[in-house]
Ligand binder design. Structure first.
Ligand code: HEC
Ligand code: HEC
Length: 267
């Protein structure tokens, strides 16, 4: 969060006249809510009131773009999404959930609660603003600063990963919609099919199974289209010359589509 406590920062902010005016207005409001001391010290262990939460959000919208202005984004290498996923799984998913939607016990129990990182409200931040947020954390909330534990490159890879998560979640909603099933139905049909066909006799999934074929946990990151996957199920060597994966032509359309939806979903 913005440092509302340091005169130097206030002076810097004042150069951006409009925002400084907003800052002062916010401080006045904060004082009116009897919370100035809290905002000033910016302690994130005390629990903020609803009013403080709203004020904090408004301040964030005004100040993060200013703070992030000078940050320039490096070119990322091809493997960066894999690295981003690694960072995310290690450091973020405990609160934000594997799919970014914040549906975790910890995430829901926090106040303010963990937001859906794939939703527009979070995706509207520019890359450099997300970078700034991750490095500095968000005061008055449970969002920690990662400056000490992630280097700059790792932080950029996780930003790229958050974009990818959002794309995949949108696609997932579209697939569920198009199939006339709920997300949950698709997952159930897919896991039943995976059991029935003993896919884990050859593939790993979430740390279980064998390694004859590639790990299916990260299949969604390989950039295959849905059609590609369906064709591959029906006739693997046609898509991947020399493949020893059996043909799964006997599966119903519904099963194939559920498998694709399941494999394309972030985990
Ligand atoms: C201890 C729990 C926790 C962990 C771990 C955590 N976050 Fe957060 N995060 C939060 C909470 C709570 C918020 C909500 C703050 C708010 O908006 O009020 C948040 C907010 C955010 C936001 C701002 C979203 C928005 O809409 O403005 C981003 C981006 C974010 N987190 C990314 C990450 C990334 C990336 C990691 C891993 C490096 C991470 N978080 C780890 C709890 C956590
Ligand atoms: C006898 C072992 C075997 C079985 C059983 C098997 N696979 Fe495979 N699978 C492979 C091998 C080997 C490859 C790598 C060659 C290829 O891509 O065709 C592969 C590739 C894949 C790929 C493509 C990865 C890519 O994007 O290139 C997917 C997806 C996949 N399998 C899913 C499944 C699913 C789902 C099942 C169960 C319905 C299954 N496999 C059953 C051996 C198997």
């Amino acid at each position: 969060m913005v440092s509302l406590d340091r005169p130097a920062n206030i002076a810097r902010a004042r150069r951006y006249g409009k925002s400084a005016g907003l800052l002062l207005a916010l401080l006045v409001c904060a004082a009116a809510f009897g919370s100035a001391g809290f905002v000033m010290t910016g302690r994130s262990d005390a629990s903020p009131t609803r009013a403080e939460f709203i004020l904090a959000r408004a301040a964030r919208k005004a100040f993060i773009p200013i703070r992030a202005r000078g940050i320039s984004q490096p070119q990322l290498s091809a493997g960066s999404l894999v690295e981003g996923r690694h960072v995310y799984v290690q450091s973020c998913s405990i609160c934000h959930g594997a799919d970014g939607r914040g549906n975790t016990g910890i995430g829901r129990a926090m106040y303010p609660p963990v937001p859906d990182l794939a939703a527009d409200a979070s995706q509207q931040w520019k890359d450099r603003e997300l970078f700034w947020i991750i490095r500095n954390g968000i005061r008055l909330t449970g969002m920690p600063a990662w400056r000490e534990s992630l280097n700059e490159e790792q932080t950029w890879t996780v930003v790229a990963y958050l974009r990818k998560l959002a794309d995949q979640n949108r696609e997932r909603a579209r697939r569920a919609n198009a199939s006339g099933h709920t997300d949950g139905d698709l997952v159930r049909i897919a896991t039943e099919t995976i059991d029935q066909e003993d896919c884990l006799g050859c593939h790993m999934l979430n740390g279980e199974g064998a390694s004859v074929g590639p790990d299916l946990t990260t299949e969604w990151m390989r950039g295959r289209s849905d059609d590609w996957l369906i064709e591959h199920f029906k006739n693997p060597p046609h898509m991947t010359p020399g493949s020893i994966m059996p043909r799964f032509e006997h599966l119903s359309d519904e099963q194939l589509r559920a498998l694709v939806a399941f494999l394309q979903q972030p985990r």
